[in-house]
Design a binder for this molecule. Structure first.
Ligand code: NAP
Ligand code: GCO
Length: 264
C-alpha cells in the first residue's frame, strides 16, 4: 500500500509554492520522493522559500516565472525538463484574491484575478500536457476553493475564476483521461495563510476579527485549516492511489460546505 502513495522518480511542478498552501503541497510531494520545481514572481519570496525548503532537507528548484505569461511558462517548463526531467505532476496553485465590492471593482482588477486564478491554469496545463500525452501518464491538480461552489460579498472575480477552474478541471479530465492523465481539483476551506491574514487580524481590543469568528462558527471542525491539512489529500491526488479518480474536486474544508450553520 505504501508504494501506492509513493512519488519516487516523479517530477512535480507546484506553481506559487514560495509559501502557503503551495509550499505545504510541495513539501508533501518531496517527502513522498518527488523532485520539486516551484515558481513565483518575486526574487525575495524565491530566496526565502529556497532557504525554507533547504531547512526541511528538500532540494527544491525555484523558477522566477509569472504564470500569466505564456512565454515565461514555456521557458520554465523547458528548463525543468532539462534540469529535472519532464513534469509528471502539475499543481496549479498560484493565485490571488481581491476583496472589493463588485460595483467598485475596476474591469482591470477583475481581469487580473481571472488571469492569475483561471487563465494561468490553462497556460501552464497546456504547456505540460504534450509531454504527459507522450508518456501516457500525468497528474494535474487545480487548487479550487469554497468559492468554486459558493459566493460571498466582495469576491466576485475570485468566485468566477474558481468556478471556472472547477469546470476547466472537468474538461481536462474529459479531454485527456484517455491518455492516462488524471485532472482533479482540491478545494481548501478557510486556511490560515498570508492570503487570508486580513480576515484573521485581531481587533484593536484584542478580540477576534468578526470574519474569523464567523468562519469558526460555520466550520464543523470549529477551526481554520492549516496548509499541512492539504498535504495528505494533495498526495492522494498526485499518486497512483487516485489513478481512477478523474474530474473530481476534493474539498478539504473541515465540513464547511456540508453545514448550514448553527441557529443564532
Ligand atoms: P498565498 O499565501 O497568497 O500564496 C500565493 C502564492 O502564489 C505565492 O507564492 C505567490 O508568490 C504566488 N503567485 C501569485 N501570483 C502569481 C503569478 N502570477 N505567478 C506566479 N506565482 C504567483 O496564497 P495561499 O493561501 O497559499 O493560496 C494558494 C492557492 O490556494 C490559491 O490559488 C488560492 O486561491 C487557493 N486557496 C486558498 C485558500 C485559503 O484559505 N488560503 C482556500 C482555498 C483556496 P509571488 O507573489 O512571489 O508571485
Ligand atoms: C475569502 C477567502 C476565501 C478563501 C478560500 C476559501 O475572502 O472568502 O479568501 O476565498 O481564500 O478561497 O475556500
Amino acid at each position: 500500500m505504501k508504494e501506492m502513495f509513493s512519488l519516487e522518480g516523479k517530477v512535480a511542478l507546484v506553481t506559487g509554492a514560495a509559501y502557503g498552501i503551495g509550499f505545504a503541497i510541495a513539501e508533501s510531494y518531496a517527502k513522498a520522493g518527488a523532485k520539486i520545481a516551484f515558481n513565483c514572481r518575486s526574487k525575495e519570496h524565491m530566496d526565502t522559500a529556497l532557504k525554507e525548503y533547504e531547512a526541511k532537507g528538500i532540494e527544491a528548484k525555484g523558477y522566477l516565472c509569472d504564470v500569466t505569461d505564456e512565454e515565461q511558462v514555456t521557458k520554465m517548463v523547458a528548463d525543468i525538463a532539462k534540469e529535472l526531467g519532464t513534469i509528471d505532476i502539475l499543481v496549479n496553485n498560484a493565485g490571488i484574491i481581491k476583496r472589493i465590492p463588485m460595483t467598485e471593482m475596476s474591469v482591470e482588477e477583475f481581469r487580473q484575478v481571472i488571469d492569475i486564478d483561471l487563465n494561468a491554469a490553462f497556460i501552464v496545463s497546456k504547456a505540460v500536457l504534450p509531454a504527459m500525452i507522450e508518456k501516457k501518464s500525468g497528474k494535474i491538480i487545480n487548487v479550487c476553493s469554497m468559492m468554486s461552489e459558493l459566493g460571498r460579498e466582495t469576491v466576485s472575480a475570485y468566485a468566477a475564476a474558481k468556478g471556472g477552474l472547477k469546470m476547466l478541471t472537468r474538461n481536462i479530465a474529459s479531454e485527456y483521461g484517455g491518455y492516462n492523465i488524471q485532472c482533479n481539483g482540491i478545494g481548501p476551506g478557510y486556511i490560515a495563510t498570508p492570503q487570508t491574514a486580513p480576515l484573521r487580524e485581531r481587533q484593536p481590543d484584542g478580540s477576534r476579527h468578526p470574519f474569523d469568528s464567523f468562519i469558526i462558527a460555520k466550520t464543523p471542525a470549529a477551526r481554520w485549516g492549516t496548509p499541512e491539512d492539504l498535504m495528505g489529500p494533495a498526495l492522494f491526488l498526485a499518486s497512483e492511489a487516485s489513478d481512477f479518480v478523474n474530474g473530481q474536486i476534493l474539498y478539504v474544508d473541515g465540513g464547511i460546505l456540508a453545514y448550514i450553520g448553527k441557529q443564532p
